[in-house]
Write a protein that binds this ligand. Structure first.
Ligand code: SF4
Ligand code: SF4
Length: 330
């Protein structure tokens, strides 16, 4: 039974006033040296990422306990405003993640040239995350296309690695095409930003990032999601999260999930059209499995598309943590 600490918004005390207690109870004093503060700073025009207001407080508490944090994320495989490190810096600053405000540096962890440290055949950990001494993973709990749920496991698996390892995970989300149904309307080519569809509407697999945009445009049903996509992607998330957490040269981690502004899509979406449930609060644990399990249970499994807990059970099977947890209010 693992401890998961909880700030309950229903108690009426602003979350910011209880963050230091939450972090101290979960054991933030174990994070020392250079601390990776892993965030998702939001795609340009996204409004629901965890706000710098909270991150500033987290930085303050880390520093009070002797840590030397930097706020970080990695570049994306899709071509928007975080695809290149220079664009991500501009997006982060536009969203208020300014070093002068946060009280610590902001570093795009895979650098200007998507640099990583290869730890097995499939997985490269972003260089700055590998080179730090401990890690605090702050995640915004959301629904996610196509993995059903995004929390701490997804933040580590997709967010702590280079483009090559992101591509490895997204391989299983590439569409399948039935040429017999294709009407050659060209809509898939118009929407694909990766040049992954030929003039004959064949898929160029090495270019395809499995974003699913073309599937949404294909009215004839010629393009479809592969069978078992969500489950297969979630298993890859768990596999990569395991590779990251077991191959970093340190093992002192703390995980924090914000169950606020809970949207059906992750913060890579430019617009968050709706919330799937009212704000719940903030959870923290040293056990990534217990934390994501508690997060899904509190939001409600039925609010996600598909089974959101495949990744959690798989991470447990791989030995990353326990499914049983105890909620400890702060
Ligand atoms: S959107 Fe579908 S029907 Fe239209 S060209 Fe692409 S695959 Fe064919
Ligand atoms: S899923 Fe479709 S739109 Fe997305 S990169 Fe692949 S071919 Fe292009």
């Amino acid at each position: 039974m693992r401890e998961v600490y909880f700030i309950d918004v229903k108690e009426g005390v602003p979350v910011i006033e209880k963050l230091d207690t939450l972090l101290e109870k979960v054991g933030i004093d174990s994070l020392n040296g250079i601390v990776t503060l892993k965030m998702h700073m939001g795609e340009r025009n996204n409004k629901t990422f965890v706000k710098p207001f909270y991150v500033q407080k987290i930085v303050e508490v880390l520093k009070k306990h002797g840590g030397d944090p930097f706020v970080t994320d990695t570049t994306t495989i899709y071509k928007e405003e975080r695809y290149k490190a220079m664009d991500y810096y501009r997006t982060a600053y536009a969203h208020g993640f300014l070093p002068s405000y946060l009280g610590c540096p902001v570093i795009i962890a895979d650098g200007l040239k998507d640099e990583g440290v290869q730890v097995n055949e499939k997985v490269e950990i972003a260089k700055s995350i590998y080179d730090s001494d401990s890690m605090l993973v702050v995640s915004h709990a959301t629904g996610h296309y196509p993995s059903s749920f995004g929390g701490a496991i997804k933040n580590v698996a997709m967010g702590c690695v280079t483009k090559k390892t992101k591509m490895y995970q997204h391989e299983v989300t590439r569409p399948v095409r039935n040429p017999d149904l294709c009407t050659e309307c060209d809509k898939c080519r118009a929407v694909c930003k990766q040049d992954a569809i030929t003039e004959d509407h064949e898929l160029i697999l090495e270019n395809c990032i499995g974003c699913g945009s073309c599937i949404g445009e294909c009215e004839s049903g010629a393009l479809k999601s592969p069978e078992g996509m969500s489950s297969n992607l979630q298993k890859r998330l768990a596999e990569v999260a395991h590779a990251v957490l077991r191959n970093l040269p340190y093992s002192n981690f703390v995980f924090v999930n914000f169950l606020m502004d809970i949207t059906p899509f992750c913060d890579c979406a430019e617009f968050a059209p709706e919330y799937i449930t009212p704000d719940i609060g903030v959870l923290a644990s040293k056990d990534i499995v217990a934390l994501d399990m508690a997060t899904i249970d509190m939001i409600g499994k039925y609010l996600f598309k598909g089974d959101p807990a495949v990744q959690v059970r798989e991470a447990h099977r791989l030995g990353l943590g326990e499914l049983e947890y105890e909620i400890c209010g702060v």
